[in-house]
Design a protein. Sequence first.
Length: 153
Amino acid sequence: MDDKHFLQKAIEKARESLAQGGFPAGAIIVKEGKIIGEGVSLGYKVNDPTGHGEIVSIRMACANLKTADLSGAIFYTSMQPCLMCLGASVWSNISRIVFACAKDRVVDDYYGGHYDPAQINLELSRPIEMVHMKEFEEESLSVVREWEKNNHL
């Protein structure tokens, strides 16, 4: 299984999040070819501002492995991670992030403001390898647009 397979699964998680009334973002974490964590973004639905799909999947992966160190793990996200999720990726030692939809394709409000996650990543003491798989961007963006339509945005 490769990046395309796992990124497709993250987009499926975004659809699952949308179907459950959440924000259209999904994430999975893979280590040694196995999914060790997955999450949907139900934060505001359950009154938890940290309930992003990425955070949920980090929590699950750490619980499954019984460690806070996810070195060697790869994050697959339907959308480029926000500051909080990038920070959690750093603290959990995620090695690589593969994402479908870039931040600049959606409204800054979804990310808490106007900033460049890629630039912030480069300024970290241990930048994470970031891979934007543009061939999946429109598919991921279509889930976001459906959420916007459902929420009259």
